[in-house]
Design a protein around this ligand. Structure first.
Ligand code: CXF
Ligand code: ZN
Length: 371
């Protein structure tokens, strides 16, 4: 069948919205009609060269939709099911899955290659070239064929155009606070960067009982959103935040920091390290260039103060547990999603969506596939 999709062909290009050929699902695969897809900074990293996938690739890794067809042997879902996709497939059997760390599932190793589990592609362009799907998904398309291991079925009465955010930004940010930083009641938490990830770290830290949730972002619209969704304080600069935290904690400083900025820098990580207390943790969730050493820190201070730097992927949670949990928290009103969606776009407006992301306009931009 044919599907329209937004394709990245090489570093630095615009997204090309074009018609692709889409093969039917093979064993263990499903055909999805995407309803909505979030625009995440990680997709921008495909374009700016920080993450270099195999090109060409259909972007998008944060999506929800409806199963239209299943291939042989599929047991997790059936046609008509509503699903959210995890940007990490979960096999359930590897060492990491078997020990409760399925965000580190070995199947995650090839998500930049864009092929499915049998190492072949379902998207093909007009010239007959194979086209990958980012994170084995490709949510910037009307339809895609994905592994059933990427799918998490949800109730059919949940609005797909809201819960699509639970494919990446929500569990990544929420889990960075709840799992990776292990926020405890009474904690003082500082979060650097309030976008689609950081705003959910704010929500997670607040729900986990942090006494002070301090949001840092240079943009007033981001600080305002943070304060509406649980931040007790917000500041434009790390320096102002550090001074305030000094006062709030009688000089002890923050228990944990979370770095969710779209691009992680030496300056940000050092701001975070200098703002946590002795034995405090700095969680790094944002990305940067995959192949160069991008931060420099003072290891002696790290040693003497017993501070920790903790990386976090998928919020250090289990996609099969945390995606349904996030849906329930949304349904109960404990997790806000509607308020995170600043602007919606059609697939044809995708380049505008990325321009708005880079200009800091959106908490989250969302592509609606039927619009
Ligand atoms: C990213 C993590 C690195 C690979 C692509 C997806 N996660 C969320 O945006
Ligand atoms: Zn993402």
């Amino acid at each position: 069948m044919k599907t329209r999709a937004a394709v990245m062909r090489a570093i630095g290009q615009d997204w090309e919205v074009t018609e692709l050929e889409l093969d039917p699902p093979k064993t263990g695969e499903v055909l999805i009609k995407w309803v909505a897809s979030g625009i995440c900074h990680s997709d921008e990293h495909l374009r700016n060269g920080d993450l270099v996938p195999r090109y060409p690739i259909v972007g998008g890794h944060e999506g929800a939709g409806i199963i239209e067809e299943v291939g042989p042997g599929v047991t997790r879902v059936k046609p008509g099911d509503h699903i959210i996709c995890s940007f990490l497939p979960v096999c359930g059997h590897c060492r990491w899955c078997a020990t409760g760390r399925s965000n580190l599932c070995d199947l995650g190793a090839t998500i930049l290659d864009g092929h499915l589990l049998d190492a072949t592609y379902r998207f093909h362009d007009a010239a007959g070239e194979d086209v990958g799907g980012f994170c084995m998904l490709g949510t910037f398309a009307d339809r895609a064929v994905v592994s059933e291991l990427s799918c998490v079925p949800i109730d059919n009465d949940v609005p797909l155009d809201k819960v699509a955010l639970i494919g990446c930004g929500v569990p990544t940010g929420w889990g960075s606070a709840v799992h990776a930083a292990a926020v405890e009641p009474g904690d003082t938490i500082v979060i650097y960067g309030i976008g689609g990830i950081g705003i959910n770290s704010v929500q997670g830290a607040a729900l986990a009982g942090a006494r002070n949730v301090v949001a840092v972002d240079p943009l007033p619209n981001k600080r305002e959103a943070a304060e509406q969704l649980g931040a007790t304080h917000s500041f434009a600069t790390a320096g102002e935040a550090a001074m305030a935290i000094h006062g709030l904690t009688r000089g002890v400083m923050a228990d944990k920091a979370i770095v969710t900025a779209g691009t992680v820098t030496t300056e940000l990580v050092n701001d975070a390290l200098n703002t946590v207390r002795k034995a405090g943790t700095v969680v790094i969730t944002g990305l940067a260039d995959l192949v160069s050493n991008n931060i420099q820190i003072n290891s002696t201070l790290l040693t003497l103060m017993e501070k920790r730097i903790q990386g976090s992927i998928f919020g250090s949670g289990d996609p099969y547990n945390d995606i349904p949990l996030m849906v329930q928290l949304y349904q109960s009103g404990d997790l806000k999603l509607d308020e995170l969606i600043t602007t919606t776009y059609s697939l044809d407006q995708i380049n505008q969506g990325f321009e708005d992301l880079l200009n800091g306009k959106n908490i989250r931009g969302l592509i609606l596939h039927d619009s």
